[in-house]
Write a protein that binds this ligand. Structure first.
Ligand SMILES: [Zn+2]
Length: 373
């Protein structure tokens, strides 16, 4: 069974909701149709001609990229120009193109989190470098027959509900009486058709991030014994976990610049890496941002970071870092974003296979432009 573009988009948007993207960033479906059926997906960093050619050569119907196809405004589809030729090529060959850009940069499990994971830096207690918003929270209320409350609570907790700081399974429950009358087509777990039932039930309430909504409701429906489960979801006017660009990570043990550079070269394939070291020999508070992090140097300094790993640092970024003795490692825009693309392959394969789809997911292998060093 093949997944449609809409199904694949829904998986991506659970991980990186479109609503958290930076204003004006044209994320989501760039070209194509939500109803298109997809046998093969190609993942790439950029929607360039090399990626389009590779997608078509392997028979992929969907190209998913980090950088959006229409990031720069396209005022015409002139096939005599590279951008117009690429768009025309994709349309003629029915290649759908989807981009997860700043929404995937900002998502808690997004580009920077995957970069940290690739480098073996734990992001568990990391702080967001530049806050762009906070997770929306929901209150779930569900009515459970007495005796089933622990199974339901465990299922909710396993799906990500009831997590308050370091406390899991956080719920409140109160007992009461539930009533219902099974209709002629019902198959009731308790009671019989056409008779009013009064059952000892518990009202369990808990909290969840809106991004966990489907996972929590699916688990609830699996664990609850009733044929028809009564539950309510309310939006909450509370600030959830902050989300944003980049992270500051407190290491348990300091790391030397030499070790960090070795890690970046080996694990990111960062062939064009360059660095500036200040007065320190070792580093414990590391700021990190996949892509282009120069604009976050001030945030890194304010959060007390002593080293910043990102890409695309400019001369004036170096001068700003120098004035605060913040060491810089520029591992390359692309090299710091590729771990995020690689993670999408694992993530999508898991989702697709879990739902019984045969759609295959590949990573771009064709080379794109790299600096010579
Ligand atoms: Zn980028």
């Amino acid at each position: 069974m093949q997944a449609t573009v809409k199904t694949v988009s829904s998986y991506l948007e659970k991980l990186a909701p479109l609503t958290i993207a930076m204003p004006g960033d044209p994320v989501g479906l760039q070209l194509g149709s939500n109803s298109a059926e997809i046998n093969k997906i190609l993942l790439a960093l950029d929607p360039d001609q090399a990626a389009v050619n590779e997608a078509l050569s392997i028979g992929a119907e969907l190209l998913i990229t980090h950088h959006p196809l229409f990031y720069q405004k396209l005022s015409s589809v002139n096939e005599d120009l590279p951008a117009g030729a690429l768009v025309a090529d994709a349309i003629r060959n029915r290649l759908n193109i989807y981009s997860a850009h700043t929404n995937y940069d900002i998502a808690p499990e997004g580009v920077t989190c995957q970069l940290a994971a690739r480098l073996g830096l734990s992001a568990d207690n990391a702080r967001v470098l530049e806050v762009t918003g906070s997770e929306q929270l929901l209150k779930l209320v569900v009515f459970v027959p007495s005796g089933h409350e622990d199974a339901v609570r465990d299922a909710l907790a396993a799906a990500g509900a009831g997590q308050v700081g370091d406390y899991s399974h956080s719920t409140f429950q109160v007992s009461g009486c539930g009533t219902f009358m099974p209709g002629s087509g019902a198959n009731p777990y308790i009671g019989s058709r056409g008779r009013l039932e009064k059952v000892d039930e518990l009202r369990i309430e808990t909290i969840l991030p809106a991004t966990r909504r489907s996972a929590v409701i699916n688990k609830l429906l699996e664990a609850h014994p009733y044929e028809e489960v009564a539950y309510d979801l309310y939006p909450l006017d509370l600030e959830g976990e902050t989300i944003g660009l980049g992270l500051t990570i407190n290491l348990e043990e300091a790391i030397s610049l030499k070790q960090l550079i070795k890690l970046c070269r080996e694990r990111l394939n960062a062939n064009s890496l360059r660095y500036w070291t200040g007065s320190k020999d070792s580093f414990k508070k590391i700021a990190i941002c996949g892509g282009s992090g120069g604009s976050l140097i001030g945030n890194a300094v304010r959060q007390g970071a002593d080293l910043f790993i990102s890409g695309d640092f400019r001369y004036h970024d170096l001068k700003q870092a120098e004035s605060s003795d913040l060491a810089l490692v520029d591992a390359g825009h692309d090299a710091t974003e590729w771990p995020g693309i690689a993670y999408l392959q694992q993530y999508l394969e898991r989702k697709l296979q879990g739902d019984g789809y045969t759609t295959e997911v590949s990573l771009q292998t064709s080379g794109t432009a790299k600096w010579n060093c």
